[in-house]
Each structure stands twice: as C-alpha cells, then as structure tokens.
Design a protein around this ligand. Structure first.
Ligand SMILES: [Zn+2]
Length: 313
C-alpha cells in the first residue's frame, strides 16, 4: 500500500484535526519497512603477528555488547591456530556470537590451482579446529567470496556443503572495510595525534554507500529489500569505529538483526548460475539477470582509492 500524496488528502475535505493526526502517522517510523542488516566479521586476529590482537578483538566485542548486537565470526584457521588465538575466537562464542568456517589457509577457490578436493580438505581442517568452540555454526564464508571458476568446482562445493550440513555464509552487502583499514593505518602513522573524525566519516559514508547500492540491487533482482548480511573484518578500523557504524545504521532507520535472522531470508538458499561463481549473492543474481555496469571484482580497492586520495588520506 502506498499512501496518497498529502496534497490529494488535503483536497478531500478532511478536518484539520484529522489531517494533523494523519500527518503524525505518516511521520512515524514504519518498522515493517525498515531495512534489516546482520553484521559478519571475517578472518579473526593472530596474536602472534599483531600485538594489538587481543585489544582489537575485545573492542569489537565490547561494541557489539554495548549495542546489544549478535554477530558472526568467520574464523580463518591459520590466523587463530594458537592457544592465544583460539582464546580470542572463544570469547566471541562465550559472548553469544556465532563462530563459523572461513577455511584454514584462505585459498582462492577461483584459482585454477585450487582443486575441489584441496578446497574441501581446507574447509574440513578449519572445522576440525573450531567445531568444539561455543557458538560453532556450520556456515562457510568463501575467502574473497570466490565460489569456483568451473561448473564442477562450483557445483561440487555446493554438494559438499549440503552433505556436511552447512548453511549459507553468503554476503549480501559487500564492502571494502579492509581497504579503508589499510589506508587508515597509513594515515594514522603519519598523523598520530590528529582527530580521526574525518576519516571515520569517510568510512561511514563508504559503508552507507555500499548498503544503499546493494539495497537498490535487491529491489531490482528480488523486488524487495533483503535481510542483509554485511561483510566486515576483525580489523583496527572496526575496533575503533564499530560503535559509530552501528549508530549510523540505526540513525538511518536500519535495524540490526542477528545472523540467524538474516540467513532465514530465502535469498540465501538461492544458487546463482554465474561463473566464476561468488561475490555478494545479490551481485551474482544481478549478473545472472543481465544487469549491466556491475563492478568486477565487486570490491577491489580501485573503486575506493580515488575517494580517499581526494580526501587527502
Ligand atoms: Zn577472509
């Protein structure tokens, strides 16, 4: 149902009181129409390589708890396979978040050198490491969102996931937080005492731009907004700015939902027939539908570099 324009309502003789009440109703938030997004975090942190690993991990968990948000961590085995690393992953499970599979060695499944057998063995190795942890959920997030460069690999992996009880770990809102994180680190090193507000604003605008882009793509291919899953990483930029990310989405009328709620959307059971397979599932459906002008690879840094260069970061 779409409301009549106010100008038409005014001409139909309604009393002033009724018009004021109607106007008040139109200005109220409409929860049924609010977009919904779940937060997913890739990779995990390696305390053997990153001195701030525990601090960043805790900052992200503190931000999620303060905002009452349940998220999902797709942990990459080689990063977290140490007693200290697994302790950081365990903290997510203990806090009520889901822990899921991101492979052990982070291979690119679209590389001709990565066979189906090698890839499934890598997924199995990550599961063996993580499946005893609290919050373990059999979902797979493909590294780089690459789901296979041949029909045999793509379809073989889909069969393997089904046979092993895996549910979707797909992304619907793809973004480049990893690139903003790299640029932030460089800028911070050169400006250690400067207020990061301008950079934070650029980062928030990037995420908002990507959210609106994929929302428009969803309208185009599904005819509706999906229950979105946003791709983020366990990196410094989110350790510092996640409270602002959550506040921004909420201030703009989006609801933050749990990964389980988002993945209940039938969108995530769809299996686009694209090759190479992967990217955001909405991107793949749009590509399958012949939508022109899609970025490929969807979130390469080349799209964001001119923006950050222009802002002087
Ligand atoms: Zn990754």
């Amino acid at each position: 149902m779409s409301p009549l324009p106010l100008s038409e309502r005014r001409s139909n003789g309604a009393s002033t009181g009724a018009r004021v009440a109607l106007l008040a109703m139109l200005l109220l938030p409409v929860p049924a129409l609010a977009q919904e997004v779940a937060l997913s975090f890739d990779d995990g942190l390696d305390p053997r390589e990153t001195a701030q690993a525990a601090a960043w991990n805790q900052a992200i968990l503190t931000a999620l708890a303060a905002a009452d948000v349940h998220a999902i961590l797709f942990a990459c085995g080689k990063r977290v396979d140490s007693p200290q690393g697994l302790e950081l992953v365990r903290a997510w499970g203990r806090a009520g978040h889901e822990i899921a599979n991101h492979t052990y060695t982070h291979p690119n499944f679209n590389s001709p050198g990565t066979s189906l057998a090698a890839f499934t063995a890598d997924v199995g190795r990550d599961a063996a490491l993580l499946q005893g942890l609290p919050g373990w959920t059999p979902r797979l997030r493909f590294p780089y969102l690459k789901e296979g460069d041949t029909p045999d690999k793509r379809d073989g992996m889909r069969r393997w996931l089904q046979e092993h009880g895996y549910a979707s770990g797909a992304v619907s809102i793809d973004a480049s937080d990893w690139y903003y994180d790299e640029r932030y680190a460089h800028w911070r090193a050169r400006h250690p005492r400067e207020d990061p507000a301008r950079f934070r604003q650029a980062y928030l605008e990037h995420l908002w731009d990507r959210a609106r882009y994929y929302d428009a793509l969803s309208q185009r291919v599904l005819g509706r907004s999906a229950a979105y899953v946003l791709l983020l990483h366990t990196r410094r930029i989110n350790a510092e700015f996640l409270p602002d990310v959550i506040a921004m989405f909420r201030a703009r009328g989006w609801r933050i939902i749990s990964p389980a709620q988002a993945y209940a959307d039938p969108l995530y059971s769809m299996q686009p027939a694209t090759l190479p397979a992967g990217e955001s599932i909405l991107w793949a459906l749009a590509a399958q539908a012949g939508v022109q002008g899609l970025r490929y690879p969807a979130e390469d840094e080349v799209y964001e570099k001119p923006i950050l260069d222009r802002l002087g970061f």
